[in-house]
Design a protein around this ligand. Structure first.
Ligand SMILES: Nc1ncnc2c1ncn2[C@@H]1O[C@H](COP(=O)(O)OP(=O)(O)OP(=O)(O)O)[C@@H](O)[C@H]1O
Length: 369
């Protein structure tokens, strides 16, 4: 290890190297490498059962490490069949979907609970500062049963943050809240995390939440990290079709690479490094289809047209029949901003925003040619 690597290691709040974990003979986490810098929010994102919670529980010390290495602020906290620093000695703050507060303690007492070895006035001051930042100062003397689910979750976050942990570990902390409340609480949480500078590992299955909260996202599938990077990197430079599809509905078209391009009913797309004559999968996000109404009355043999238009609120979803120059047709979904509801059968012109179009080798032979 060179000096640069050593300095980097010391600068990480959490490092996980080659972490592997099985339940019985069923692997839940496979050879995962992940690090979190001080003050950085990293989201573990992925479908149900992909191993997110298991990885977080290993970081917390709630699961004993089976294989790999875990360090916190450069110090080793878990080695297989060796060192296992228990959760309460790790200086990590934990909050879960159903973080239970102590029912017999007030909000303030709940938050000061973990603050040992400080004078009472300092503990109170620290707790009140966090409760204020999370909009809960007025409830300091209330008991948990007097609070809504969202308010309880704010108190649970304040309690986890109170000892100023090196690392916050949050497992789906907003998922039990209704949509509007969730938006507010996660906004407040993000601001508090950034204000106190806590390194954070947050588990979520919601891609929008991950993009909202994360400096970096680690997208998991079947126990492995598929891609890790900034939200922009994952959304705009996805490494495989799973990553594209995980961030929302996508139009898929099969084709063959000819002259470095793949023909689609909405125009040619550069095939990148794919070999000539190979099968390709073209993935087009609905917002990549720019639609304009076509009013030219000149008769045309075939044309692209609207099949159905639905208002979704901030955007409209158009079901379109795209008709390519080569005679191929495809049923596609286009998402356009605002209220844009052309009539059924309306002729349209379609332009592609190539920054939201991705081409991968196809494993499906013989389709779409
Ligand atoms: N205590 C356990 N005993 C046996 N198998 C387990 C245990 N905990 C998790 N698993 C299995 O390990 C795999 C990963 O589970 P994990 O809870 O880490 O996934 P997840 O991505 O957090 O899922 P979710 O989003 O549904 O919470 C799953 O197949 C799960 O059934």
């Amino acid at each position: 290890m060179d000096a640069g690597t050593t300095a980097y290691r010391q600068a990480t709040a959490l490092t996980m190297e080659g972490v592997h974990h099985s339940f019985g003979n069923q692997p839940a986490v496979r050879e995962v490498d992940l690090d979190i810098a001080p003050g950085e929010v990293v989201c573990l994102l992925g479908p149900s059962g992909c191993g997110k919670t298991t990885l977080l529980r290993i970081a917390a010390g709630l699961e004993v490490l089976q294989r790999g290495r875990v360090t916190l602020d450069g110090g080793e906290i878990a080695v297989p069949k060796g060192r296992h620093v228990p959760p309460e000695k790790r200086n990590v703050g934990l909050a879960f979907q159903d973080s239970a507060l102590f029912p017999h303690l007030t909000v303030l007492e709940n938050v000061t609970f973990g603050l040992k070895g400080q004078p009472a006035h300092q503990r109170r001051e620290r707790a009140m500062t966090l409760l204020e930042q999370l909009g809960m100062a007025a409830y300091a003397e209330s008991y948990p049963h007097m609070l809504s689910g969202g308010q309880q979750q704010r108190v649970a976050l304040a309690r986890a943050l109170a000892p100023a942990p090196q690392l916050m570990l949050l497992d789906e902390p907003f998922s039990s809240l209704d949509a509007r409340l969730r938006d507010r609480i996660r906004d407040d949480t993000l601001h508090v995390l950034k204000k106190v500078g806590a390194a954070t590992l947050l588990v979520t299955h919601d891609p929008e939440e991950a993009m909202f909260m994360a400096d970096r996202i680690a997208l998991m599938r079947e126990g492995s990290i598929v891609q890790v990077g900034t939200p922009r990197e994952l959304y705009c430079a996805p490494c495989d079709p799973f990553v594209v599809a995980f961030f929302g509905e996508v139009n898929e078209i099969q084709g063959v690479v000819r002259d470095g391009r793949v023909q689609t009913p909405v125009g040619p797309v550069e095939a990148g490094w794919l070999p000539e004559g190979s099968q390709a999968l073209v993935m087009i996000r609905p917002e990549a289809l720019r639609i304009t109404e076509h009013f030219d009355p000149a008769p045309e043999h075939r044309y692209s047209h609207v099949v159905m238009a639905k208002l979704l609120g901030r955007s409209s979803l158009l079901h379109i029949c795209a008709h390519g120059e080569d005679g191929r047709e495809a049923h596609l979904h286009a998402r356009v901003p605002g209220v844009f509801l052309p009539a059924e059968g309306q002729r349209i012109d379609i332009h592609l925003d190539l920054s939201q179009v991705f081409v991968f080798p196809s494993t499906v032979a013989g389709t779409g040619t």
